[in-house]
Design a protein around this ligand. Structure first.
Ligand SMILES: *[C@@H]1O[C@H](CO)[C@@H](O)[C@H](O)[C@H]1NC(C)=O
Ligand SMILES: *[C@@H]1O[C@H](CO)[C@@H](O)[C@H](O)[C@H]1NC(C)=O
Length: 187
């Protein structure tokens, strides 16, 4: 006959099994981990009456992308093709800070706020040091919401068009993210 101690051990074992099973079920709600890639374009107006990027704090030396400490606020339209007039699928909202003393790095803190049918209500969070004067800049994707819950990955940015007279540039962003796919996620 089992002693009370043995009974207790058996009971604990059953409880641990049950907890593991429930944890497994809960984990399963997230669905399977999936890798997605997409190319997006940021329509960046860095001057003029309809600027989508503006310096918000700067030193007495006036603002400059190279001036350490200059903070820029941004709300760039995001499109799926390079064309200036192509349909907007979201906005790149956040801040950039010239974070290296010699001006070479910019610290990027932006949310991709999607508004299209497919990803509307979801966001991707981009954060990290960007070697702002290099042709291709790589920055981490550190999270997301909605369809991009628990997203992790990276993005490369390349300025594919620059018109100084119009203070207009187009930045191509290639995103590679791992995120959970669930039933409501059609990505
Ligand atoms: C700024 O936006 C307004 C309203 O959409 C538009 O009429 C105007 O042409 C724009 N100006 C420039 C310089 O793009
Ligand atoms: C980004 O993706 C586009 C389209 O696939 C490709 O042409 C381009 O070379 C990529 N850029 C980088 C820096 O990998």
């Amino acid at each position: 006959m089992a002693t009370p101690i043995r009974k207790f051990t058996k009971l604990s074992f059953v409880i641990i099994l049950l907890i593991s099973f429930l944890t497994f079920l809960k984990g399963d709600e997230l669905g399977e981990l999936k890798r997605s890639s997409m190319t997006l374009y940021f329509q960046d107006y860095f001057g003029g009456p309809n600027a989508t990027m503006k310096p918000v704090t700067f030193s007495a030396d006036a603002w400059s992308f190279k001036q350490f400490g200059t903070i820029f606020c941004t709300d760039d339209p995001i499109t799926v093709t390079m064309d200036q007039g192509s349909a907007e699928i979201g906005r790149a909202q956040g801040i950039y800070v010239t974070s290296a003393l010699d001006g070479s790095n910019s610290h990027v803190l932006i949310s991709l706020v999607f508004t299209n049918k497919e990803f509307g209500g979801s966001t991707l969070e981009v954060q990290g040091a960007s070697k702002q004067f290099e042709r291709v800049r790589e920055v981490a994707v550190v999270g997301g919401t909605g369809k991009f819950r628990l997203a992790r990955g990276y993005a490369t940015f390349e300025t594919v068009h620059l018109d100084l007279s119009l203070s207009y540039s187009i930045i191509e962003g290639n995103f590679t993210v791992w995120h959970y796919k669930n039933d409501r996620n059609t990505l």
